[in-house]
Design a protein around this ligand. Sequence first.
Ligand SMILES: Nc1ncnc2c1ncn2[C@@H]1O[C@H](COP(=O)(O)OP(=O)(O)OP(=O)(O)O)[C@@H](O)[C@H]1O
Ligand SMILES: [Mg+2]
Length: 290
Amino acid sequence: MVNRIETGIYGIDPLIEGGLIENSAITVVGASGTGKTTFAIQFVMKGIENGEQALFVTLEESPEQIMREAEMLGFDMRKYHEKSLFFIHLSGQNFKEMIEEQLPKLVKARKDYNVKTRVAIDPLTPVIWSSKDRLSQRELLENLFTPLKELGTVMATVEEHSKPGEIVGEDVLLPIYLSDGVFHLEYFPVGGAFNRTFKIIKLRGTNHSEGLFPYIFARGVGVVVRSTPIEIKDKEKEQYQQSFEKALENAEAMEVPSSLVDKIKNMKESWNYDYPPDEILDIILTPYRE
Ligand SMILES: Nc1ncnc2c1ncn2[C@@H]1O[C@H](COP(=O)(O)OP(=O)(O)OP(=O)(O)O)[C@@H](O)[C@H]1O
Ligand SMILES: [Mg+2]
């Protein structure tokens, strides 16, 4: 029986047999602003709430910045700072030396405490970039993940620089291979409630969901993944259909191209979202007004 721990992100645990396997390393991949740091904060705070300890390795932001961001989301990291929550700020340092010499010592020293630990590394990207050579990148990451996994369960974040639609950019392939699990966060900068999505790319030893799930930021609890099936009430469904009927009437009165009418008809058939289509229909028809 493997021991599983809660991720700290509402909605994910039910998708992954209850939680992450203890002493595994997972990577959260996402472009800027998708919520990687937020995931890391929630992950470590869950452990702390459960009486575990946490190590937060920051590379770009200072511990102060992280604690301030956490506060805005509704998490009080300060209360645990230097008690059960410890930061390592690796700004501008020699990662190689830190990882190969200091890290093993640190892990060895802490192992005697025998207390459950969570480790966050946010973001891992500068570590990868610290070497141009693929082989030394791989060695560096292995030397980082291996001792940290001995210490506890690891969540690393990686910045994604690929274009939308591409699965992942080159920078992230290495951490993907070397970690036990990968969560992919995507952000589509358009209006509406469904512009952020969560997907599990891999998770070793776990029978996980393969779906794409919208997630939202909720002050007080942080990111919430909407993993429960959405039920749209019949009354709402009827209203959405009426919105489409009205838009189609308008479209014909405005003599929009027939290809656009077809598009609206297609949307009408497949609209199974839990929010009204009015705003989108309005945007689509605006160029044809007057
Ligand atoms: N309460 C909130 N409501 C809506 N959006 C929020 C809220 N809190 C944070 N956000 C959004 O989430 C973003 C911050 O997420 P986070 O810092 O975790 O992303 P990140 O992936 O770590 O970004 P980066 O790559 O820049 O470090 C903010 O820029 C903001 O757009
Ligand atoms: Mg961040």
